[in-house]
Ligand binder design. Structure first.
Ligand code: ADP
Ligand code: MG
Length: 266
């Protein structure tokens, strides 16, 4: 099977808490309004769009932290759209998510070694210490970091721990939601280099959510552009940057600051 994900007419509504009524059902707000796309195995797909366009909602649906209200999500040929938590359990190891803010996604009272070991234990892996050691090595952190706490690390190092925790499970797919947005430019570059290397070495498929098109351009082979819960463009990265088709994509591209200040004078 060439595509790891096949998405058909994906719809997702959430309760609209700002218009909650005293009587009757809470009104629903449609966040994803019928998305069709696929993710080829081994691809690095960028998901871009302005704030509130539905990027995180789509990401959470792909790893089934949210249940769609319509359409279908097939993962490696399995329809996961409405699977129960018990039915999802054997699949969960295979699609992992890395979050924007590692400070809130890493348990502050646990050492790094425990943080990486915990999901391995839950999924019934053996030889856990060796797997933790290999995961640290894979993300370029010294073994001694296993005994440190998250607050003792820099932002970039914490994000590496989040990546180590995900790849230790040997997933097929990783969803990364704005994971370099909180980092300074040099830590950003290091984490992006790391991701590129891991995708190549481990044969991962990666979906990378970002509002930053320069990061997407550097990392991704394809780009999906979301606008108000709809896909307005889904193309190969080079083609999209050379000649954006949707008016909204052109707006996003125009908003990228020029990389070289000298060019601003041209
Ligand atoms: P993005 O990640 O692109 O910024 P989100 O997927 O987080 O966008 O949000 C898309 C839309 O869904 C926004 O309008 C947001 O206000 C709304 N939304 C997000 N989470 C919830 C929720 N739990 N309940 C209701 N509306 C939500
Ligand atoms: Mg988001």
């Amino acid at each position: 099977m060439a595509d790891i994900y096949t998405i058909e007419n994906l719809r997702l509504s959430l309760a609209n808490m700002t218009e909650r009524r005293f009587f009757g059902a809470t009104p629903q707000l449609e966040i994803l309004k019928g998305l069709d796309f696929s993710i080829p195995r081994g691809a690095v797909v960028g998901i871009v769009g302005g704030s509130g366009s539905g990027k995180s909602t789509l990401g959470r649906a792909l790893v089934r932290l949210l249940e769609p209200s319509g359409g279908a999500i097939r993962f490696d040929g399995v329809d996961i759209t409405h699977l129960s938590e018990a039915e999802l359990r054997p699949l969960r190891r295979r699609f992992q998510m890395i979050f924007q803010d590692p400070m809130s996604s890493l348990n502050p009272r646990h050492r790094v070694g425990t943080i990486i070991a915990e999901p391995l234990r839950l999924h019934g892996f053996d030889a856990i210490p060796a797997r933790v050691a290999r995961a640290l090595d894979n993300v370029g952190l010294p073994q001694a970091f296993a005994s440190r706490y998250p607050h003792e690390l820099s932002g970039g190092q914490r994000q590496r721990v989040g990546i180590a925790r995900a790849i230790a499970l040997e997933p097929d797919f990783i969803l990364a939601d704005e994971i370099v947005s909180g980092l300074d430019v040099s830590s950003q570059a290091q984490v992006l280099n790391l991701l590129e290397r891991l995708v190549a070495d481990l044969g991962l498929t990666l979906a990378f959510i970002s509002h930053d098109l320069s990061v997407i351009r550097r990392l991704c082979s394809r780009v999906i552009v979301l606008h108000h819960g709809r896909i307005v463009e889904n193309r190969e990265t080079g083609a999209l940057f050379a000649a954006p088709e949707a008016a909204y994509t052109r707006e996003l591209l125009d908003a990228i600051p020029l990389p070289d200040p000298a060019q601003a004078w041209a």
